[in-house]
Design a protein around this ligand. Structure first.
Ligand code: HEM
Length: 397
């Protein structure tokens, strides 16, 4: 039996941080389960992996994101799996459309969705938070942003989860469902694009169709790949942020009281939660030459997992990293990545977290996890729960 660390073991899914601390100390660059990936756990090494595309390539992983059991995968052709200079061109094109208009566009709907959830709370009655709150918020935001049918938002969320479960060791029992999801996503996005080609609307899909840099536009395949990665990256991550914020507040009534008394502290809380328990725990790269990190040689062709979740708790980089500290100098660690691939949705995510909590927290005065429990999703990269039962006390008045 292998004595490698296993990031998908139940105790690691439940709380990976003690394991990361051990790895940073004793094995900062080591092979792990599943799949024998090389995990990198210290801040400086994670930062190097994320930002040095000349050695740690994203494009090198394209084949891994369309393994033989899957075949075609539009996400494999998205900018997330490109290196400069191809990445640079695509990023410039999509950035045109992904402008500062994004947050004001979604704000009223996000606030309304959070208020609806708060109004549905009955004191002492258990409620499943993922479906009714944490995935609902990004679902509403993405549907509005892309001009998609909002009644399909639960379906979009299940697509996001399925896409995140593609990794080098995806269990065979998930293969068929993932293949079906990919086919559904492509069919759906083709219809959406055809509709917007016929008549433009005030949405990101229309803006993407019109985006132009140096006379070049996005092709149909590039559009589908970008929209697929937005559907993947924009749901599960924000849902994770909201779920972990509520789990945290359930154990910290003092913090809930503080945020209710001082709502201006909510943005700092959101940022600190993103550092403390980041939705994307790791991002993979492929080494395109022999290299070394923390004195450990990494041969060319190694799949490296940059452990963002670990980097954000590295006391070589920040003081008292296992403590939630709202006065910490604004610093989301490496939560949104570093360098060329820095998350395009970072400002949107911070806004979704802030807006949702600004609406919810004044309307509740207590919350607890409920005995119906919770379950972690099967992803090696994202840290999210498939369900999470909680109980709330409505605020009086
Ligand atoms: C709290 C929520 C989020 C977190 C923690 C997060 C995290 C990240 C990280 C770490 C990366 C870089 C990955 C790498 O270097 O390999 C990334 C890239 C990306 N994210 Fe996010 N993300 C979030 C929300 C969003 C949202 C809301 C959207 C879109 C609506 C989005 C779209 C993207 C895209 C398209 C990329 C690829 C950018 C590129 O390759 O140039 N993300 N995200």
């Amino acid at each position: 039996m292998s004595n490698r660390y296993n990031l998908l073991a139940p105790e690691a899914r439940n709380d990976p941080y003690p394991l990361y601390a051990e790895m940073r100390e004793s094995a900062p660059v080591c092979q792990i389960e599943p799949g024998g990936l090389w995990a990198v756990s210290r801040y400086d090494d994670v930062a190097a992996v994320l930002s040095d595309s000349a050695v740690f390539s994203s494009a090198g992983l394209r084949e891994a994101t369309r393994p033989s059991w899957l075949g075609h995968n539009p996400v494999a052709d998205s900018l997330a799996l490109m290196d400069p200079p191809v990445h640079t061109k695509l990023r410039a094109l999509v950035s045109r459309a992904f402008s500062s208009r994004v947050v004001p566009r979604v704000e009223p709907l996000v606030r309304a969705a959070a208020r609806r959830f708060a109004d549905s709370i009955v004191t002492g009655q258990p409620i499943e938070v993922q479906e009714h709150f944490s995935s609902e918020i990004p679902g509403v935001a993405i549907a509005e942003l892309l001009g998609l049918d909002p009644s399909l938002r639960r379906l979009f969320f299940s697509w996001s989860e399925a896409l995140f479960s593609i990794h080098p060791a995806t269990p065979p029992e998930h293969h068929e469902r993932i293949r079906a999801v990919i086919s559904d996503i492509e069919t759906y996005l083709r219809e959406v694009l055809a509709d917007r080609r016929r008549s433009r609307r005030d949405d990101l899909v229309s803006d993407l169709l019109d985006a132009e840099v140096d006379g070049e536009r996005l092709s149909e395949a590039e559009l589908i790949s970008f929209l697929a990665i937005i559907l993947q990256g924009g749901h599960d991550t924000v849902a994770s942020l909201l779920a972990s914020s509520l789990r945290c507040l359930a154990g910290r009534p003092d913090l809930l009281a503080l945020l209710r008394a001082e709502p201006t502290a909510i943005p700092a809380f959101v940022e600190e939660m993103l550092r403390f328990d980041p939705p994307l725990q790791g991002s993979p790269r492929l080494t395109v030459s022999d290299t070394e990190l923390s004195g450990v040689p990494l041969p060319r062709g190694s799949v490296v997992l940059a452990l963002i979740g670990s980097a954000n708790r590295d006391d070589r980089r920040m003081k008292d990293p296992d403590r939630i500290d709202l006065s910490r100098k604004r610093n989301a660690g490496l939560t949104f990545g570093l360098g060329a691939h820095f998350c395009i949705g970072a400002a949107l995510s911070l806004a979704e977290g802030r807006l949702a909590l600004e609406e919810l927290l004044p309307r509740i005065q207590g919350l607890r996890t409920h005995e119906r429990g919770s379950a972690w999703s099967a992803s090696l990269f994202s840290r999210n729960q498939t369900f999470l039962w909680m109980e709330f006390d409505r605020a009086r008045g």
